[in-house]
Design a binder for this molecule. Structure first.
Ligand SMILES: *Cc1c(COP(=O)(O)O)cnc(C)c1O
Length: 358
């Protein structure tokens, strides 16, 4: 019997991927030119489906890149001349900051210890910051920032562009896209697709800022906002994109729409509650994140109390239940459980029962 992957990316594939993959091959869509009408129609369909899924204002643009990591770099190149500000509570939010430093930006940060979330009232952002970077879901620690806090940050600091890394929170996280300026994800997490595609959601304020910086400095070349947008207007991309990934994403998003994003959110909450209630009462495990409001519904991190985490991981693996290991120096103490839409309630129930018997 096939294993179930509870790993936070690459992750369990969405159940319809196999069918769509076969259809992509049968239709020969992968051989047709990326300058063809067929590709433009696919991009247009992806654009419409993603706009509906995220409830995006019509003025948003959607670009494709190679990864989310690339969007950290491209967003800073296209949208900042001098300075950015980062809310850092783990490895992924820290990497966005690191990219700003690599690019020579004056990068300031509000940092809290690993495993903690933010008290937005305590965040003070200097006036010169052009972009604020925040991870809606910090995959390394299992801390998520409630979307209401992200919206509150915008209310306090309306001027800088607000950039939200929602890689391991999408499509669950219900951001109000009138209150953020850009967001991004890659497809191998919550969408349950093979890795190799970044998706960048960008509003008009970003486009205006990118246009104002154009020509002033190096702004990111072929994957700059200026270049991506020029091509986007014809549903094209600056270079040959990952057509297979765009094809699969389009079809999986349409499947998610058919199921209903509200249903997916409810199921996610129910599965998360099931796991957290178990962790709370378990002798062997406990939730790593102390503050319940900051516990991620999509990537759940458990501390293993009296055994090496690797032992737990290999025991479950023998039963076909593949967990993620702890991040970085927490490898021996933590397990990470992805609660993405591809994992069913039955799968999660099986996992909890197996963890109970350890
Ligand atoms: C996985 C992850 C990334 C990086 O995604 P890539 O597709 O590997 O570039 C960025 N941010 C968060 C929060 C992630 O979980």
């Amino acid at each position: 019997m096939a294993s179930i992957y509870f790993t936070p990316g690459p992750a369990q594939l969405y159940p319809t991927v196999e069918k769509h993959l076969q259809k992509a091959l049968d239709s020969q869509a992968l051989s047709q030119s990326h300058r063809s009408q067929g590709f433009k129609d696919l991009y247009k369909r992806a654009d419409a489906a993603l706009k509906e899924l995220f409830n995006l204002p019509a003025s948003y643009a959607i670009y494709f890149t190679g990864s989310a990591t690339e969007i950290w770099e491209r967003s800073l190149q296209s949208l900042t001349a001098n300075s950015s500000f980062h809310l850092v509570n783990g490895s992924f939010s820290g990497k966005y900051l690191e990219h700003a430093q690599w690019l020579g930006r004056k990068a300031d940060a509000h940092q809290v210890p690993f495993g903690q979330g933010f008290d937005i009232a305590q965040v003070h952002i200097p006036g010169q910051a052009e972009l604020i970077g925040i991870a809606q879901n910090e995959t390394s620690s299992g801390v998520s920032t409630p979307v209401s806090d992200i919206h509150a940050l915008k209310a306090r600091y309306p001027e800088p562009l607000l950039s939200v890394d929602m890689v391991s929170g999408a499509p669950y996280a219900q951001l109000d896209f009138n209150l953020v300026d850009m967001a991004f994800f890659s497809v191998q997490k919550g969408f349950g697709l093979p890795a190799g595609l970044g998706v960048w959601l960008v509003n008009e304020k970003c486009l205006a800022k990118a246009t104002s910086l154009q020509g002033q400095q190096y702004t990111g070349g072929h994957y700059s906002i200026a270049s991506l947008h020029e091509f986007y207007q014809q549903f094209q991309t600056p270079c040959t994109p990952n057509v297979l990934a765009i094809y699969l994403l389009t079809h999986v998003v349409e499947d998610m729409l058919a199921k209903g994003i509200d249903v997916i959110r409810k199921e996610t909450d129910a599965k998360a509650d099931m796991v957290y209630s178990f962790l709370e009462e378990s002798e062997l495990f406990q939730p790593f994140v102390q503050e319940p409001a900051h516990r991620s519904p999509t990537v759940l991190v458990a501390e293993v109390k009296s055994r090496p985490a690797s032992e737990v991981i290999s025991k479950l693996k023998e039963q076909g239940l593949v967990l993620g290991s702890g991040y970085g120096k927490f490898k021996d103490q933590h397990v990470r459980i992805a609660n993405f839409p591809a994992v069913s309630e039955t799968d999660m129930d099986r996992l909890v029962k197996a963890m109970r018997l350890l």
